[in-house]
Design a protein around this ligand. Structure first.
Ligand SMILES: C[S@@+](CC[C@H](N)C(=O)[O-])C[C@H]1O[C@@H](n2cnc3c(N)ncnc32)[C@H](O)[C@@H]1O
Length: 438
């Protein structure tokens, strides 16, 4: 390796260690922390891609990596050796999960620790010993790492899923964190899915989403022309539950960055999109520009929104803990807590109560969240139906979800679990209930 390469490799690994610490120890948002640190270090796009990949693996497997690390050391690290621990975790992830050249993972991680100021530099020998052992025992340790998927989740979250879906399903959901999810694409409905699947080297899922391997999205055919957008298969279902929306006035509440707004507009609806977050609305505007779709955009609070245009139906994609999307956003695992879930279910109830009052008689509201927590999903709707005599649940039919009956609960709601269709790429966790005003 040339000196220049070595330098850039070292810098990339340092950014990975620092970003991992920022997310796991300081609860900093992943994208913000990575952008800041990669920017300061002047990483090339190639090194940034390496760091992103490495960090996704570290965050997905954080619990297992920590468990394995503890088992590799006779006496644990002192509590304040946070830099050394993060460096070791990134080193183990490179050797066991990324299978990068072992010498680079070992040597550069050791150099990073050796160059630290203060006491932690003294741990470079230990880092060397642990990572060399990981290289030697790669197969055995990888198997050990994959053995207890529940370790990759905080206990409160695993227990919550085990309580709702049973221990086996909770473990199966946790196991989905071990794989990189596919790239899911929503194609405009007037385009030919078979021909676009061919061009994009994609499969068509039973619900019509195009699914392919991850890659540079902006370089794929049809991106510049705005023929499609990225949206998980499960996330693409709720908007379709409003059925034929062509020519109808649809209020899309909590709309940014606009996956569902684009879907509704592409189906011919007159969409009004409301979101509280200005920055996220900018992304919605960019998405609409690229896809050449239209919507009226309103920056405001969905819990107080006063409609001055007619409404036929409402899609409410409420703010939630996003525990259904951990396989795509593993940083959330370590930045959300049980208290966040409680606070969010209060906000959801407020928005749901207010928005249902905006519906005309006979109108439909689809409530959805990318959460797997009962208090944000089925309990939220059960409680809402108890306090809202005008609301009736309209069950979802199998033909509306491509015949995938396992996606429909006994009560007739949509419940996508990440463990479903696991052999075919899985899906994000998503819940939706269809409510009609009588
Ligand atoms: C799950 S995301 C929406 C995703 C979006 N529907 C899509 O398909 O791309 C939730 C959104 O709710 C917004 N939000 C949170 N609280 C809100 C409120 N009180 N009023 C309006 N928007 C809110 C957030 O800014 C966030 O963009």
């Amino acid at each position: 390796m040339s000196k220049q390469n070595l330098k850039s490799g070292l810098r990339a690994r340092e950014v990975a260690v620092r970003t991992l610490m920022a997310v796991t120890l300081k609860n900093r948002p992943f994208d913000v922390a990575l952008d800041e640190m990669a920017g300061q270090a002047g990483l090339s796009p190639r090194d940034r891609a390496f760091v992103l990949n490495l960090l996704m693996l570290c965050l997905r497997r954080y619990g297992s990596l920590k468990g394995l690390l503890a088992s590799l050391m006779n006496t644990g690290l002192p509590k304040n050796a946070t830099w050394t621990e993060a460096a070791l975790l990134t080193g183990l992830a490179q050797i066991l999960l990324m299978r990068t050249a072992d010498y680079a993972a070992v040597n550069e991680t050791v150099t990073l620790v050796k160059n630290l100021e203060g006491k932690e530099a003294g741990f470079s020998g230990l880092v060397n010993a642990v990572l060399r052992r990981a290289s030697r025992e790669q197969e055995k340790l990888t198997q050990k790492l994959n053995k207890w998927p529940a370790q990759d989740l905080p206990k409160w979250l695993f227990d919550s899923w085990a309580g709702s879906y049973g221990k086996d399903v909770a473990a199966a959901i946790a196991r989905t964190l071990q794989n990189t999810p596919p790239l899911d694409i929503s194609l405009k409905p007037d385009l030919d899915a078979v021909s676009w699947a061919k061009q994009l080297d994609a499969e068509i899922t039973p619900t019509g989403t195009l699914r392919r391997a991850v890659g540079d999205v902006t370089a794929l055919p049809g991106y510049d022309e705005g023929h499609w957008w990225v949206q998980d298969m499960a996330a693409a279902i709720p908007a379709t539950l409003l059925k034929d929306v062509a020519g109808k006035n649809i209020l899309d509440l909590c709309a940014a960055p606009g996956g569902k707004t684009m879907q509704l507009a592409a189906m011919g609806a007159k969409v009004t999109s409301v979101d509280r977050n200005k920055n996220r609305l900018k992304r919605l505007i960019n998405n609409l520009e690229r896809t050449k779709l239209e919507a009226e955009i309103i920056n405001g609070d969905a819990a107080r929104y006063v409609a001055n245009t007619p409404i036929d139906h409402i899609l409410l994609d409420a703010p939630c803990s996003a525990t259904g999307t951990l396989r795509r956003n593993p940083d959330v695992i370590w930045t959300k807590s049980e208290d966040d879930v409680k606070a969010l279910s209060g906000a959801q109830a407020r928005i749901l109560d207010h928005s249902f009052k905006l519906l005309p008689k006979g109108g439909t509201l689809v409530y959805c969240v990318c959460s797997l927590e009962a208090s944000e999903t089925v309990d939220q709707i059960t409680n809402f139906l108890k306090r809202s005599p005008a609301a009736k649940r309209t069950p979802i039919e199998p033909h509306e979800v491509g015949g995938l009956v396992e996606l429909i609960t006994e009560a007739g709601d949509l419940l996508c679990l990440p463990s479903m269709m696991a052999d075919a790429g899985g899906m994000d966790g998503f819940y939706a209930a269809r409510l009609t005003r009588e």
